[in-house]
Design a protein around this ligand. Structure first.
Ligand code: SF4
Length: 201
C-alpha cells in the first residue's frame, strides 16, 4: 500500500511539474499561446492487438500500467489543475476492458475526451457507447490505403480499421479523424489517404 502511494505521488509530482512549470505552452491547433497545457494524453496500456512495423512500444516488456483507481485519481488532479481535455491512447486503448468506465469518469468531471485507436476492435456496440457517453473525438490510425496499410500494420487490418471507422461515422461523434504516420514506406500514398478522408467528410 505504502509503495503504491509513493508511486502515485511520484507520478503526480511529475505531472504537476509539467503542467505548472513557468513556460509558455503553445497549442499547435490554434497557434495561441497558453500558460498551461490544455490537453493531456493518458496511455492506458502498452498492449495492442496489432504489431505494426513502425510501433515504438516494446510489447514484450511487462510494463506496469496505472490501475483504474490511480487513473481516476490522476483525472481528479487534472481537473483541479485546469486541464480541459484528456486523450486516451495506448498501445491500443480498446484492449483495456475498463475503457468505457474511464470515459464515463472523465465525462462526469465535465472534461472533453478523445480516443486514439487502430480501429480494428470497434464494434457497433462500442461506437454506439462512445456516442452515448459523449466522446468528443476519435482518431483512427491508418497508414495507407489498402495493401500499403497492411504492409505496415499487418494482416487484413485495412479492412478491419475501415469497418471500425465506418461504424464510428454512423454515430453522433463530433470529430472523427484519420491519423497517419508518414514514412518512406507510405510517402507516395499521402494523396490517396487525403482523398479517402475527403470523401468521408
Ligand atoms: S496500433 Fe499503435 S500501438 Fe498497436 S502496434 Fe500499431 S502502432 Fe503500436
Amino acid at each position: 500500500m505504502e509503495s503504491q502511494k509513493s508511486k502515485m505521488d511520484t507520478i503526480l509530482d511529475c505531472v504537476y511539474y509539467l503542467v505548472n512549470r513557468p513556460k509558455i505552452w503553445f497549442s499547435t491547433i490554434s497557434g495561441k499561446a497558453y500558460n498551461k497545457p490544455i490537453n493531456i494524453t493518458l496511455l492506458l496500456t502498452f498492449k495492442c492487438n496489432l504489431n505494426c512495423i513502425s510501433c515504438f512500444f516494446d510489447k514484450k516488456e511487462n510494463k506496469q500500467v496505472l490501475t483504474k483507481k490511480e487513473i481516476f485519481k490522476l483525472i481528479d488532479q487534472f481537473k483541479m489543475w485546469g486541464i480541459k481535455q484528456i486523450t486516451l491512447s495506448g498501445g491500443e486503448p480498446l484492449v483495456r476492458n475498463e475503457l468505457l468506465e474511464i470515459i464515463t469518469y472523465i465525462k462526469k468531471k465535465g472534461l472533453w475526451v478523445g480516443i486514439i485507436t487502430n480501429g480494428t476492435l470497434i464494434t457497433k456496440n462500442i461506437s454506439k457507447k462512445f456516442s452515448e457517453l459523449g466522446v468528443n473525438k476519435v482518431s483512427v490510425s491508418i497508414d495507407g490505403i489498402g495493401k500499403i496499410n497492411d504492409k505496415i500494420r499487418g494482416g487484413n487490418n485495412f479492412k478491419r480499421s475501415i469497418r471500425g471507422l465506418n461504424l464510428l461515422l454512423k454515430e453522433n461523434i463530433p470529430e472523427i479523424r484519420i491519423n497517419s504516420v508518414i514514412t518512406s514506406k507510405n510517402l507516395e500514398n499521402i494523396e490517396k489517404i487525403y482523398d479517402f478522408a475527403k470523401k468521408r467528410e
